[in-house]
Structure formats: structure tokens, C-alpha cells
Design a protein around this ligand. Structure first.
Ligand SMILES: NC(=O)c1ccc[n+]([C@@H]2O[C@H](COP(=O)([O-])OP(=O)(O)OC[C@H]3O[C@@H](n4cnc5c(N)ncnc54)[C@H](O)[C@@H]3O)[C@@H](O)[C@H]2O)c1
Length: 227
């Protein structure tokens, strides 16, 4: 999804800094997107990594208008089986990551006169299912965190919203094979997977001035899964 977002935003004239732990993939995507895109290695679970990331953004552009907290991992497993390591890792990437991202984006975004932040939650944060406790806990937390941030940042002209995708076909879901695909489609009333581009279009809207009066909200994009 992050790649689809970067592609769409560059096509619409934005300058984009892509951050990921996948250095080769990130660099190659930035190269393909041309001079408006650059890649900076980022581990969202590390405060030092976020600081260095935004120092780089500041040095290159001197401003920050949007942040998409997209990085995430899916940690399946029943509560009876999940290890503390699995639960902690899900927390560090899916929950602590966006928290640190927002914290360290704030000074530069404030200096830029405002901006918009989008946090990727999930439809499981409205309608969960068994076997997804570690992941669902972080995605529910993101909804709450988004609302708190929207209230805390309102005086800085910074909007914060959550996007809750349903089943989207990406490397995250493809890693679980065709069985996962069949389950994903069967749980989706529209009987198809969403595409990363469809999510990117919603994120683009929430980052743009078109959504100027929208903050602290949840946006489902899930083929009626949570209807
Ligand atoms: N695919 C779906 O069906 C679905 C549904 C609901 C929500 N989501 C959420 O949407 C977001 C994007 O998901 P996706 O399907 O594109 O997943 P993906 O696995 O395809 O991409 C996630 C990216 O996060 C990166 N990442 C992982 N750990 C990181 C870290 N510590 N620091 C920096 N980057 C890291 C990965 O390298 C990867 O590039 C995630 O937050 C995910 O939980 C996905």
C-alpha cells in the first residue's frame, strides 16, 4: 500500500520520502518514481530512526505537509499460543511506530503551518475475528490514538485520521497464500479483494485540502465488511 501511495502522490505532484526497513526495495521504488521521490531507511519501532528520518526530510525540503503511518506486520495466532515476543513485536511496529512517527513529525509539520496525518488501522478494529489478537489490539489502539492526536494537534492546524482497510491484496496478505485469499474474499460482502491503489486514493483525499474539515475520524475501505 505504501508503494501505491507513493506512486499516486508523485503522479499528483507531491515530493515523497519513502521509509522502510526494506532498503533495496525502497531504493528501487524511489528510483522508478524519479526525482520527486527519495528513500530513507526507517525502522518505525526505533525513536532514533524516526528522528534521523525527519532530520533528513527537513534538510531536503524544509517542510512536511503529510505523514502516512503505513508500516505494519500481521501476527496471526490464538491468544493461547501467542508468545510475548510476537505480541511485543506487533505492538512495537503497529502501535509504537505510528506514535513515534506522529511525535517526531510534529515539530516540522508545526513549522510548516500545519498538515495531515493518516494512520493505517484495519477493519479488524471494528469487526475482529478469532486468531488475530496481537494484531487487532494494535489496530484498535490506532483508532484511539488517532482521535487523541487529532485533539492534541488541532491548534497546530494538523488533522489526523485513521483508514481501516478490509481485505486488500498486498505482500502482507499474499504471504499467507491462496487459503488466506479465499477466506479474505469470502468474508468480504463485495466478494473481491480491494487494491492498494484504491486505498491510496482514500489516503490522498485525507492528505489533501479536499478533506480540510475532516479530523479524528475512521474511514473504512472494506467492501462493506464492517457494514
Ligand atoms: N493488506 C491488508 O489486507 C490490510 C488490511 C487492513 C490493514 N492493513 C494495514 O495496512 C498497512 C499496509 O499493509 P500492507 O498490506 O501494504 O502490508 P505489506 O506487508 O505489504 O507492507 C508493509 C510494509 O511495512 C514495512 N515494515 C515492516 N516493519 C517495519 C519497520 N519496523 N519499520 C519500517 N517499515 C516496516 C514492510 O517492510 C513493508 O514494506 C499495514 O499497517 C497493515 O496492517 C492491511
Amino acid at each position: 500500500m505504501g508503494a501505491a501511495e507513493a506512486r499516486l502522490f508523485v503522479a499528483e505532484g507531491a515530493a515523497v520520502v519513502i521509509g522502510d526497513v526494506l532498503v533495496e526495495e525502497g531504493q528501487s521504488l524511489a528510483l522508478k518514481l524519479g526525482s520527486a521521490a527519495r528513500f530513507t531507511p526507517l525502522d518505525v519501532s526505533s525513536e532514533g530512526s524516526w528522528k534521523a528520518f525527519f532530520e533528513g526530510v527537513d534538510a531536503a525540503f524544509g517542510r512536511l505537509d503529510g505523514l502516512v503511518n503505513n508500516a505494519g506486520i500481521l501476527t496471526p495466532g490464538n491468544l493461547a499460543d501467542l508468545t510475548v515476543e510476537q505480541i511485543t513485536r506487533a505492538f512495537e511496529i503497529n502501535q509504537l511506530g505510528p506514535m513515534l512517527g506522529m511525535k517526531h513529525a510534529l515539530p516540522l509539520m508545526r513549522r510548516s503551518g500545519g498538515g495531515s496525518i493518516v494512520n493505517l488501522s484495519s477493519s479488524v478494529a471494528v469487526r475482529p475475528f478469532a486468531g488475530i489478537g496481537a494484531y487487532a489490539a494494535t489496530k484498535w489502539a490506532i483508532r484511539g490514538l488517532t482521535r487523541v492526536a487529532a485533539l492534541e494537534f488541532v491548534g497546530d492546524n494538523i488533522r489526523v485520521n485513521a483508514v481501516l482497510p478490509g481485505y486488500i491484496r498486498t505482500p502482507m496478505t499474499e504471504a499467507f497464500g491462496e487459503d488466506m485469499h479465499e477466506v479474505g474474499v469470502s468474508l468480504t460482502p463485495t466478494k473481491r479483494a480491494g487494491t492498494p491503489h484504491e486505498v491510496a486514493q482514500l489516503v490522498r483525499f485525507l492528505l489533501s485540502e479536499e478533506s480540510a474539515y475532516i479530523s479524528g475520524a475512521d474511514y473504512a475501505i472494506d467492501g462493506a465488511s464492517t457494514a
